[in-house]
Design a protein. Structure first.
Ligand code: HEM
Length: 973
């Protein structure tokens, strides 16, 4: 169905074209289909879940944006935009062109179309995928006091409870409003980020869901749809998680004795060799970065423990010729799984049957069948460094000589300019500590510590202190100048540089470091993970706007704001459009300027009077939007971040003051685990680890690519017969314990098309018989072996999330003939499913299913946080702090000499952090554009994935052999 409102967006697309000032000729061949597309108008945002976009466009739209290939591949279940013009590398450009050119040319249409498709997905995700588990869902569905649910902004469930120390300060039993000291900085336990919802995002709030509550915990068979979907085939250990791990996740080794289950060889010999499938354009720093992030965002564990009860973890049964059988001894020996492994069960917060309510003639659950708690703050507040409760804060050591700083100590006499900045001290025996952490660096979140965690914690501790030093330097130069900081208790009093106390400066530095981290993640890590032009645009739009250099486009968006947003009676629509509108100016700083009569999307304009006031809670809080559902990460988000396959078994160690092209030793990651990480860091130095992890590629997220050491991880705290655990198998068990829907329903719930058989995983854009496709076919054969097939029954309806293309209900036969044998595709665990998605957009290190989860949640963690929106102001960050975040440091914006992928780019924020704190990396980093791209890789032309050394790294052995990049782009275009 079409409707005129979308014509605004259409005319915007043409407006952009008209204003681009390009000389590229308009494509006459595409004109006809584009005209037809334009005549049809833009699709309307679906009224209900069954009418969703699903990433699929009409044939005319596909042809206009991607020519014949985009039309041809519409039959695949995967999103169409991946096949648009210019959405891949240079080969995806329209023949005869080498630049994107105008918005009306083919390439421009491809990119604009892809960005619009992504925005549609976001709008619908916001509309259909928010399910809060903390007791607000009923109001979200029914509304309150004539206000529609998605427009609600305050919830009783987000009030501080009586026992909270700030209960009285926020108003106690009366209306609660955070004020005074409580709103100055990021509070330790995450309270008072939202002034009127003090508890939102705080530690120990429930994980939310992005899928309907009824679709959670399919193993429990709580409703007919789940029973129809899975029969009696599912259980906590069904199919067997260790068998899944060993058959589907194990990295094949050409020289098992040289890998030694990830233990390498004596003396860290360079002859050690653990084969792994490598991602072409992401380095090991990127793998540890995301682990570092997850430790900030979420955790199910408490101080490194799960619940007190133990459970078996499989290695008991497998399917043979489609029949479940006990594992024979010899099969156990061949698979190398361990029947005697045991693990502590996951914590569950609530497992009583949820209440039910009725709305619009339907019964709804008020929460999922069981809930769990996020034991850290959900905010992007660097809580892994600074703490999230009293115990974790006690592990954070401040410098006694200047308590604004974190304690760092000199270690040894290694050369290197950054060495004098020091390293984190070790945990004290008196610190709150799980015994296995003994000997590690002192930091708030010490679990699963490795040299990767040590690296980032040390780096950002140095960055914290670098900011404090710069602030102190400024204070010495201009002691009486206004620092920008204000205390809400006396907001009219100017706080000069000389007045800023050590505790205040510590908290300002925390704000700055957290914002820098968020910026690195959004504008540097994510575009390298999703290495193509549409995602470059989309991720940068999240931070500082889609049309940074295009004023006309920003004006067009402002027009859309005025005409679509903010009319209270149309609250539902407002919530949908908000994300589109925000992509014009960007989310960072939304609402941090208030101009008379203008919306929060107005462009910053120094000539206008800024009315923002610290005295007005609606200014301080005014930029946030929770879309009617309090912010916390959903359980599904944790699941798609189980990225253990990224970790190699062996780290290729190099040194800066020797030849960086020489691998000196191969250090098992295991030899850098827990306290050994700290020793390895101190012994070898942060600069050498940066070089080593910066140059090495991380593991592809695909089947049969999990680190051997994680399948055999020693966890002595368990005190079991083996003291070991297979973390890859545990990933599957935990998702089952927490009720993550299985892969196909997961996709349907998130607004993606379902798969009908295991064959749908194969990338059908590849030539038949090609080596890549043959390997994919082999792996999907293994999926069939593990998960099996069943005789289908078309009378069994299996989902309420989507309909078939012809409007009928989706049944157990998935379109195949009633009574035929169909793959048990519905049973595939979500982690297994996204690892099996061989069909991906160009440059994607993750699958499109994972991206779908990120689109929603990556936006929400910015939209909901006032410190990234309306409180991104000097009153909180200081003038220096704001400048530091905006310009990547104290010395103003720095632009790279060469551009990248047709863009002029700033020296990236992580590169600036590295150069500031480990200056000995200067020569190595000079040619690097994105710190997560393998440092010695020649980035080549437009989004190339080539594995080719930069000129000074030709002797680097990492470039011997495997120049393989996917041939998909060649196949498409
Ligand atoms: C040396 C490397 C690593 C080790 C030793 C390690 C170890 C573990 C272990 C033992 C667990 C299970 C906790 C439990 O449920 O009882 C776990 C969970 C997890 N790991 Fe890793 N991991 C490593 C790297 C990574 C990386 C690179 C990522 C990437 C994002 C990652 C993401 C996760 C996630 C999302 C969970 C679930 C956490 C939760 O349930 O709250 N890990 N890891």
């Amino acid at each position: 169905m079409r409707r005129p409102i979308c014509a605004c967006v259409l005319s915007l697309a043409f407006l952009l074209g008209a204003c681009a000032g390009t000389t590229e000729r308009v494509d006459p061949q595409g004109d006809l289909t584009c005209a037809k597309m334009a005549a049809a108008g833009f699709r309307r945002v679906a009224e209900d879940r069954t009418g969703r976009f699903l990433g699929k466009v009409e044939p005319d739209t596909a042809r206009c944006r991607g020519g014949d290939n985009a039309v041809r591949f519409r039959v695949l279940p995967y999103v169409d935009w991946a096949n648009y013009w210019a959405a891949g590398d240079a080969r995806s450009m329209s023949p005869g062109s080498a630049v994107i050119g105008s918005h009306l040319g083919r390439n421009g249409r491809g990119i604009d179309g892809a960005v619009l498709d992504l925005e549609y997905q976001r709008i619908e995700l916001i509309k259909f995928n928010l399910f809060d588990n903390d007791g607000t869902y009923k109001e979200y569905t029914t509304g309150r006091d004539s206000v529609a649910g998605p427009a609600l902004k305050i919830w009783d469930a987000m009030r501080l409870p009586k026992e909270h120390p700030s209960y009285d300060a926020v108003g106690g039993n009366a209306e609660q409003l955070c004020r005074g000291e409580l709103i100055r900085f990021r509070n330790l336990d995450g309270t008072c980020n939202d002034l009127r919802n003090p508890l939102m995002g705080a530690a120990n709030q429930s994980f939310a869901r992005n899928v309907s509550f009824e679709s959670t915990f399919p193993d429990l068979g709580k409703n007919l749809l789940a029973q129809n979907r899975h029969g009696d085939r599912l259980g906590l250990l069904k199919p067997d998680p260790q068998v899944i791990s060993r058959k589907l996740f194990t990295r094949a080794q050409s020289h098992p004795e040289r890998c030694n289950e990830g233990n390498g060889l004596p003396g860290y010999s360079v002859d050690a060799d653990c084969d792994y499938k490598k991602a072409p354009a992401l380095n090991v720093l990127a793998a540890f970065w995301i682990q570092f992030m997850t430790h900030d965002w979420f955790s199910h564990l408490e101080e490194g423990h799960n619940g007190p009860e133990m459970m078996a973890v499989g290695c008991a049964r497998q399917r043979v010729d489609n029949v479940e059988m006990p594992l024979a001894e010899e099969t156990i020996a061949t698979l190398r799984c361990r029947p005697d492994d045991r693990m502590d069960k996951a914590y569950i917060a609530q497992d009583a049957d949820p209440q039910v309510f009725e709305a619009r003639g339907k019964q709804h659950l008020t929460r999922a069948y069981k809930t769990t708690r996020n034991t850290v703050t959900a905010w992007w507040d660097a809580s892994q460094i600074y703490g999230y409760d009293q115990s974790s804060r006690r592990r954070v050591k401040r410098d006694a000589t200047d308590s604004a700083k974190l304690l760092l100590e000199r270690v040894g006499e290694r050369p290197g300019l950054g060495e004098k900045r020091g390293y984190l001290p070790l945990l004290d025996a008196s610190d709150p500590m799980n015994p296995q952490w003994y000997g590690q660096e002192a930091t708030a979140f010490p679990d699963n510590w490795s040299v990767g965690m040590s690296f980032y914690h040390n780096l950002f501790a140095r960055e914290h202190n670098a900011f404090v030093d710069a602030f102190r330097k400024q204070a010495a130069l201009t002691p009486d100048a206004d620092s920008g900081l204000r205390n809400p208790v006396q907001s009219d009093v100017t706080i000069r540089y000389r007045d800023v106390g050590a505790d205040e400066l510590f908290e300002v530095a925390r704000l700055v470091v957290a914002a820098e981290i968020a910026k690195i993640h959004t504008t540097e890590w994510t575009p390298q993970l999703l290495y193509d032009e549409p995602l470059y645009k989309a991720t940068n739009a999240n931070w500082d706007g889609l049309f940074r250099e295009e004023d006309v486009a920003a004006a067009a968006l402002a027009h859309i704001v005025a005409s679509n947003f903010g009319t209270p009676k149309d609250a539902r629509k407002a919530a949908q459009w908000y994300s589109v509108l925000a992509s014009g100016p960007g989310i960072l700083g939304l609402g941090s300027r208030v101009y008379a009569g203008e919306s929060i999307f107005a462009k910053h304009d120094a000539s206008k009077t800024d009315l923002w006031s610290l005295k007005n809670p609606d200014d301080v809080n005014g930029g946030v939007n929770h879309f009617g559902s309090p912010f916390n990460f959903p359980e599904e988000f944790v699941s798609v971040y189980r990225l253990h396959a990224m970790v190699p078994d062996l780290l290729e160690y190099r040194e800066l003051d020797k030849d960086p092209n020489v691998v000196l030793s191969k250090v098992p990651v295991l030899e850098t685990f827990r306290a050994k990480a700290t020793q390895a860091m101190r012994l070898r130095g942060i600069g050498n680890w940066a070089l080593s992890m910066g140059r090495q590629r991380l593991g592809l997220l695909t089947l049969q690519n999990h680190p051997q050491f994680l399948q055999n991880l020693s966890l002595p705290r368990l005190k079991t017969a083996t003291n070991k655990i297979d973390v890859a198998a545990l990933d599957i068990i935990r998702d089952r314990e927490r009720g993550v829907p299985r892969f196909n329903e997961f996709r349907r719930q998130y607004g993606l098309k379902q798969l009908r058989s295991f064959d749908d995983f194969v990338d059908h854009r590849l030539e038949k018989g090609s080596a890549e496709r043959t390997e994919q076919e082999r792996l999907t054969g293994l999926l069939r072996e593990v998960y099996g097939a069943h005789r289908c029954d078309a009378s069994k309806i299996i989902t309420a999330a989507q309909l078939n293309d012809d409007g009928t209900r989706i049944d157990d036969c998935l379109g195949f003939t009633d009574g035929s044998m169909v793959d048990n595709i519905e049973d595939v665990d979500t982690v297994v499913g996204w690892l099996s998605e061989f069909t991906r957009p160009h440059g994607f290190a993750i699958s499109e299913t994972q991206l779908q989860v990120f689109i929603l949640n990556a936006s929400r963690r910015l939209f909901s946080d006032r410190f990234f929106t309306s409180s991104f102001r000097p009153e909180f960050y200081t003038h220096l702090g704001l400048q530091w975040v905006s310009e990547n440091g104290p010395d103003g914006k720095v632009i790279e000499r060469g551009g990248s992928n047709d863009h002029k780019v700033e020296v990236s924020p992580l590169k600036r952090v590295l150069l500031r704190n480990i200056p000995e990396l200067r020569a190595e980093l000079d040619p690097v554009i994105n710190a997560f791209d393998p440092w010695a890789r020649d980035r080549g032309a437009y989004y190339s994935l080539q594995w080719k050394p930069r000129p000074d790294a030709r002797s680097d052995p990492a470039f011997n052999g495997s120049p393989k990049a996917s041939s998909v782009d060649r196949a498409i275009h």
